[in-house]
Design a binder for this molecule. Structure first.
Ligand SMILES: Cc1cc2nc3c(=O)[nH]c(=O)nc-3n(C[C@H](O)[C@H](O)[C@H](O)COP(=O)(O)OP(=O)(O)OC[C@H]3O[C@@H](n4cnc5c(N)ncnc54)[C@H](O)[C@@H]3O)c2cc1C
Length: 453
């Protein structure tokens, strides 16, 4: 089969040397990975289709991979699969300024698309810290969220067309970008969030948003999560330009400051219990609107201190406290990472319960929480989990599901949470999902072990 793959993509693009394949075989967290039979790097849709046809006929499993920034072990091999790297599918068509859409290859990074469309006065609704490596195919496969979900929704809301290759090599495509198109099942929407288990995404047509050039960022220190929520409620009601509302806590800020050498926010050596980072964006300076909103913050929002930045470098300095969390935590050890969301009505109580649960299950573990406040989404990072990782996962996910939440808010299920899928999806749901999987991938070659345990 390797010879067949070489004939399809050229010998230079079938990698088997362990020194070369190593970076494709381990995930970003360092927790997941295994050996690949080969890493195959097709250049276009036809080559992807031919590779899948060959693997389908040979009954060989395939793991699609983009930028390998996924955090649930879904994009790396586990036991001798072929890794199908999509990074060479990096073509970008000109921006369609009339429709406010663009078509790009699945292997283009988010940062490259941003640069491409910003030059024409547009922007991509989705944004997050892994933008320089994460690919559009990966964003679609995981239905990535990020920092602007509050305003623009998840990746699904930005997708108006998808071209994808099914397990048997057939190509499905709906790329005209029609805002109104009710002819049959919406296959594009089905593929979004399917984590490489139903099809390999090769091209994507994205809906664009206006490039908002004027931004103001504020970092606010608050008493607690309940205070953060009171602040959010106030800001959401009176800010038409609100784009992001992030939350993080004292321990994370300490870690970021230690890892990056940055001073603590507000010129103090101590940290506050919780922090809310907000950003407003508009075509005209949104500072006045933000200042007016902050001037009327209610008492229960418990704001202890605040810093506001308008200039680019000053805004980046505030964002750094949030965006360096993942890196700083990874530098301190290999974390157990869970990504959960609960309804905002129970968010504050849930945060306290979560801390108590982790302390009870693994008293020596170190818990770091940060996330997207508006969506009740916490990234749960646990260092020094040791042999309690499984017990902690079980306890945290069970607690989340019990509060009406999601055990995977934005990173996907991957292999990391496949065992716990039934916590959030009923038997009929799982049966329907399994039927779809069997219909589109009868040989089960696409990403086995991901989503379904
Ligand atoms: C520092 C950091 C910050 C992050 N912040 C966020 C965040 O705020 N929000 C968020 O949602 N995620 C976040 N992530 C997670 C990650 O970046 C996203 O899941 C991203 O969408 C993955 O893109 P990728 O190209 O790296 O995909 P990969 O990691 O390569 O793959 C991820 C999954 O998608 C599948 N896949 C990849 N490409 C394709 C394709 N073309 N066709 C079919 N399946 C495919 C893989 O099989 C795998 O299951 C963050 C990660 C890091 C490291």
């Amino acid at each position: 089969m390797i010879e067949q793959l070489r004939a399809i993509v050229g010998p230079a693009h079938v990698l088997t040397d362990p020194d070369v394949t190593a970076s494709y075989e381990r995930d970003w967290t360092g927790r997941f990975g295994g050996r690949a039979a080969a890493v195959v790097r097709p250049a276009n849709t036809d080559e992807v289709a031919a590779v899948l046809r060959a693997c389908h006929e040979a009954g060989h499993a395939v793991v699609p991979q983009g930028g390998n920034t996924g955090l649930v072990g879904g994009g790396v091999p586990r036991q001798g699969e072929v890794v199908l790297s999509l990074r060479r599918l990096d073509a970008m068509e000109p921006v369609d300024t009339v429709a406010a859409q663009v078509t790009v290859g699945a292997g283009v990074t988010l940062a490259a698309v941003q640069q491409h469309v910003r030059a024409r006065g547009f922007d991509v609704g989705v944004d997050f810290a892994a933008r320089d490596s994460a690919t559009i195919g990966g964003l679609v496969a995981t239905n990535a969220g990020g920092e602007r979900v509050l305003r623009y929704g998840m990746t699904r809301a930005s997708v108006v067309g998808i071209e994808a290759v099914l397990a048997d090599g057939s190509v499905v495509s709906r790329m005209h970008g029609l805002p109104k198109d009710n002819v049959g099942y919406d296959l594009a929407s089905l593929v979004v969030g399917s984590e490489g288990t139903l099809a390999v995404v090769t091209r994507v047509r994205l809906r664009l948003v206006p490039l908002l050039t004027e931004r103001v960022t504020a970092l606010l220190a608050v008493d607690s999560t309940a205070a953060a929520l009171a602040l959010l409620a106030h800001l959401r009601a009176c800010l038409s330009t609100l784009e992001c509302a992030e939350v993080f806590y004292a321990a994370g800020v300490d870690l970021v400051c230690a890892a990056t050498g940055r001073p603590h926010p507000f010129g103090t050596n101590h940290t506050h219990p919780a922090y809310v980072l907000i950003e407003c964006a508009a075509r005209h300076d949104p500072s006045d609107e933000l200042m007016a909103a902050l001037a009327t913050v209610p008492d229960q929002a418990g704001v202890r201190d605040s810093a506001i930045a308008v200039a680019g470098p000053a805004r980046e300095a505030l964002w750094a406290y949030r965006e360096h969390h993942t890196e700083a935590i990874n530098r301190a050890g290999v974390p157990l990472k869970l990504d959960v969301a609960v309804p905002l009505a129970v968010f504050a109580a849930f945060e306290a319960e979560l801390r108590a649960t982790v302390a009870e299950v693994a008293p020596d573990a170190e818990l770091h929480l940060f996330g997207h406040l508006n969506e009740g989404n916490l990234h749960v990072n646990i260092l020094a989990a040791g042999d309690r990782a499984e017990a902690l996962t079980e306890a945290v996910l069970t607690l989340t599901a019990g509060r009406g939440g999601s055990i995977s808010a934005e990173h996907g299920v991957g292999v990391a949470k496949a065992r716990w899928l039934p916590l959030c999806r009923g038997a009929a749901d799982v049966a329907a999902m399994t039927s779809v999987k069997r219909a589109l991938d009868p040989g089960g070659i696409l990403n086995p072990g991901v989503l379904f345990a």
